[in-house]
Design a protein around this ligand. Structure first.
Ligand SMILES: [Ca+2]
Ligand SMILES: [Ca+2]
Ligand SMILES: [Ca+2]
Length: 161
């Protein structure tokens, strides 16, 4: 029984509706990815600092904008670290790597709204702003467990489940 099953079992046991595990995980992963002091909640300051650091690390040639190569290279580095920890077969990892890299190119195209093949801080920050707002359900500038629960419930309702 993994953590998700335990969670679902606990939720059912307390008589609440079952939370869809995927949305729950996305919210938790969002906090975990940027929660620099590890207290389980993400302040706007933590998020902004982590995003700024990531932008700087991604901008390998330091020209103030991310090229498609820089964007894909940064993702690939992070993804390889995840893969290294995974116990999937080499064949499955190769498949997953190919798929993820393809998606990263697509994501760059989506972020690059004016198609100049560059993502400057303005585009980067706009996307970050939107992602944070999407997770911060009660709009208090902190993404915490209560927001994840609320966002999960809202998405469930939106899907009509
Ligand atoms: Ca924190
Ligand atoms: Ca650059
Ligand atoms: Ca909040």
């Amino acid at each position: 029984m993994n953590f998700c099953h335990l969670l679902a079992a606990g939720v059912i046991a307390t008589g609440l509706t079952t939370l869809p595990a995927a949305a729950q995980h996305a919210g938790d992963a969002f906090i975990a990815a940027f929660d620099s002091n590890g207290d389980g909640s993400l302040t706007r300051a933590e998020y902004d600092a982590a995003r700024a650091a990531r932008f700087k690390a991604t901008d390998a040639d330091g020209d103030g904008a991310l090229s498609e190569d820089e964007y894909v290279a940064e993702f690939t580095t992070r993804f390889e670290q995840q893969l290294a920890k995974s116990d999937r077969s080499a064949e499955k990892k190769a498949e997953e790597r190919q798929r993820q890299i393809r998606q990263t190119h697509v994501r760059f195209g989506v972020l690059d709204t004016n198609k100049d093949s560059r993502i400057g801080r303005d585009k980067y920050d706009r996307v970050a702003e939107r992602s944070f707002a999407e997770q911060d359900a009660d709009r208090n500038g902190i993404v915490a467990a209560n927001d994840v629960a609320a966002t999960t419930a809202r998405r469930t309702a939106a899907r009509g489940e």
